[in-house]
Design a protein around this ligand. Structure first.
Ligand code: ATP
Length: 384
């Protein structure tokens, strides 16, 4: 498989940027997910890598070879789309064999490769059928088989599961990821579904308005979002974000709430400065002695837990995950704590995450910042 490098790659349509200058290195065998809302530039980025779209500026390297101006067919990259693009008049066998026939490969080689991918995807029983008679999942398996049979240097996938229903999407996610790991296939995968991105990616490239907001592991984008956009976009619901003001070791929040600044942040925030406190719903815990409080505005039952919507004053509604066996009447005042290690802070002016300056810390796998004066890695460095 291959490495893919994008160096200051950009795309403009007329004056409008579809992708602003972008630098990204995708390692050999890595599964990268491009994630973002509609129109943020994901598909254009993928199409530039494939050669289906020209770049306005910058370079694309495949295994250190400059392929920026090569025709798509000369790039040794396979593309899998949402809408399968199978030939309806051909059998499954002929659909899968098509790229090899087009390259003029021998019958022996075609039969050998066909058998391997058909076994891999367990679709031997479909070979004589036409695509029209297949389920959505089987059509996507055939499309994957047709991409695999070429043994390309890399795979590009544009919302390949977008047309499938929820259950099938979930099992196909696992299938594609398992296949990718087995083949060690360098893969760039586009989706606007953050659950899919979190489940599948080695790294997630979060894009918004033609700009990469953060390129990092799922753990990092979830626990250490680089800015307010990523904090809100990742997670369902996103991170709670409450504007406050810092003084004397305390962040004053709406509704007379006060949150003591956790250790490690003192040198990151200036006295009198406005600051945004961020925390995930599961980092808050309902407790009668909790230092924060809000009024129950809504409760949503999620099976194993109840999601409380608490109004801290004005428009500041926060989500707190709570015990499903308790009752939380609408309008009741609920006290809660926020785990000091999981609190994050953002600059309201430039919307970026603040970094801890006082003491070194290291990240555990689940994103907890653990104080460690010996470590040279601070968790805030993780998104540098
Ligand atoms: P979606 O999830 O809806 O496919 P996306 O993140 O993949 O969105 P792109 O399709 O890459 O976004 O589009 C990025 C921007 O470029 C959008 O504003 C889109 O309207 C614009 N754009 C894309 N292709 C063209 C084109 N051929 N001509 C003009 N503008 C285009």
């Amino acid at each position: 498989m291959a490495t893919i490098q994008l160096k200051q790659v950009e795309k403009r349509f007329g004056e409008a940027y579809a992708v602003k200058p972008l630098d990204l290195t995708i390692s050999d065998g890595e599964f990268i997910v491009l994630l973002g809302p509609s129109g943020c530039g994901k598909t254009t980025t993928l199409r530039m890598i494939s050669g289906l779209e020209t770049v306005t500026a910058g370079q694309i390297l495949l295994d250190d070879k400059n392929v920026t101006w090569l025709h798509p067919s000369a790039r040794d990259i396979a593309f899998v789309f949402q809408f399968y693009a199978l030939y309806p008049h051909m059998s499954v066998r002929d659909n899968i064999a098509f790229p090899l026939k087009a390259q003029g490969e021998t019958k022996e080689l075609i039969d050998e490769r066909l058998k391997l991918v058909v076994d891999l995807l367990r679709i031997g029983h479909l070979l004589n059928k036409r695509p029209g008679g297949l389920s959505g999942g089987d059509k996507q398996r055939v499309a994957l088989a047709r991409a695999l049979v070429r043994r390309p240097a890399a795979f590009l996938m544009d919302e390949p599961l977008g047309a499938l229903d929820a259950d099938l999407r979930e099992s196909m996610r696992a299938e594609i990821r398992e296949l990718q790991l087995r083949l060690k296939a360098t893969t760039v995968y586009v989706t606007h579904d953050q659950i899919e991105a979190m489940a599948m990616g080695d790294r997630i490239v979060v894009m918004s308005a033609a700009v990469v907001q953060q390129a990092d592991t799922p753990t990092q984008v979830y626990y250490n979002p680089a800015n307010l956009f990523v904090a809100k976009f990742i997670g369902s619901p996103g991170m709670n974000l409450v504007q406050g003001n810092y003084a004397e070791g305390i962040v004053r929040l709406p509704g007379d709430n006060q949150y003591p600044l956790p250790p490690g942040w003192q040198n990151s925030i200036t006295r009198g400065e406005n600051v945004i406190l961020g925390f995930r719903p599961e980092s808050a815990h309902v407790s009668p002695e909790g230092m924060l409080q809000g009024q129950v505005y809504a409760t949503h039952m999620h099976g194993s837990y109840t999601m409380l919507h608490l109004n801290m004053e004005g428009d500041n509604v926060v989500h707190v995950r709570a015990d499903r066996s308790q009752r939380y009447p609408i309008g009741a005042n609920i006290r809660f704590d926020v785990d000091a290690q999981m609190a994050r802070f953002f600059n309201p002016q430039n919307e970026t995450a603040l970094r801890q300056h006082q003491e070194q810390s290291r990240m555990t796998n689940d994103g907890l910042a653990v104080s460690n004066s010996q470590s040279s890695v601070s968790h805030s460095q993780s998104y540098e």
